[in-house]
Ligand binder design. Sequence first.
Ligand code: CS2
Length: 492
Amino acid sequence: MAVSQPRLNNASLPNLAEGTQVPTYDRSAVTPGIVHLGIGAFHRAHMAVYVDDLLGEDLSWGIVGASLRRPDTKDALEPQDGLYSIAVRDAAGTHPRVIGSILSVMDANTQRDELLALMADPKIRIVSLTVTEKGYCHDPSTGELDERHPDIAHDLAHPGAPRSAPGMLVEALSRRRAAGVAPFTVMSCDNLPSNGQTAKRIVTHFAALRDAALGEWVKTVAFPSTMVDRIVPSTTDADRAEIAALIGAEDAWPIMTEPFTQWVIEDNFPAGRPRFEKVGAQVVDDVEPFEHMKLRMLNGSHSTMAYSGYLGGYEYIAEVMGDDAYVALIHGLMTEEVMPTLDMPGVDLGAYRDQLLERFRNPALKHRTWQIAMDGSQKLPQRLLGTIRDRLEAGAGFERLALGVAAWMRYVTGVAEDGGEIDVRDPHALKMMAIAADAGDDPEALFDGLVGMSEVFGEDLAANGRFRESVIAHLERLFDEGARASAKKVAG
Ligand code: CS2
């Protein structure tokens, strides 16, 4: 019978298996300086690790995490005193490390007042966010606040009891203003274009809807942009068992990730910041070119592989990369169609592409196509459609990008190639499946229905003949011959 292991927590920390990296600073002396909204796996594999690296030199930057939707992270980390492990995986094995930078986790639904009081406390100098694209309650095609979003309507009616990220930020900022406390810096770490500017536009707009003077004050808040990058598949029970065996303690929610990590940060923190550049982050004046590069190269490839790979019967990205036709498709997409749209002096884009292909191939990373396929209506504009617009304007080809869009349209019908059901997760899933049901198996009707979602496609793409023709041709092939044949055809 297996001997039960202790739970990972402060008490078990000194007795973990040899070889497990653990915090070397005095955790009991760490105080909170950062509140992080959206404490999911990505944050715990990325920013929390950089902060963990820095706490040794400054103990005043501990993180208090908050979940806005589900209490599951709190439930997992509370009995662990905020400790959790990350496991860096590559072909050579799994390397565990325990992270101590998260001091506690709050559930915004049940601890709203406590969380808002902390955000209003002068010792909090940064509020960072990974609330995913949909957490911004915006129109993804324009980057503007969606005033009709149900959470925004709720938060305008109940400003003191917000449930959206913009609502939480504005209520906390308004309390600081009332108390004469300088604002915290808002740092978005989500995969949005110009994420700082986008967050600022949305939050300022929301504040102005609450009260014009508050809107003016929020305009003075700093919203640095950041480009974040690390691939983080969802944790499975097999991962939990592997980590328990490696570290010698039970961790209810370890995080699996790859060796690669990148963080480019705009240097705009009037209230101060940890010295992220000391631990590998790039602190620069202008993040936008890096964001463009990453969203179009990595995420554009990811979404294309997710939809066309899922339809082709592949469960994991590494499996998609085992199919030569898909490799040629993604290599061609980046080289022929994305790279010419990027302006990155001093960056070797060919080397960046090759490194991405290598990362996608990582056999130890079980990254589901279905996971990446989620929330496509929020992702397509910055991952594929912006590049297509640039190519249209240049009179250049975009066949592979168009296949990515067509595969998304085929995917959101909710019916797989073998007739089985696809579990489509998207804030607009019901609307899209209704459009698909009306269109039946007519590719033109499906295209016309979906392209009419102006929050995704804007007005311009719906009216563009070249775009229409190219996507419909792919849709016809996807319905007639399937995704693998479609990848092969475009691969040449
Ligand atoms: C992925 C990203 O799920 C997705 O949509 O494309 O989470 C991706 O893994 C990260 O952006 C990598 O930095």
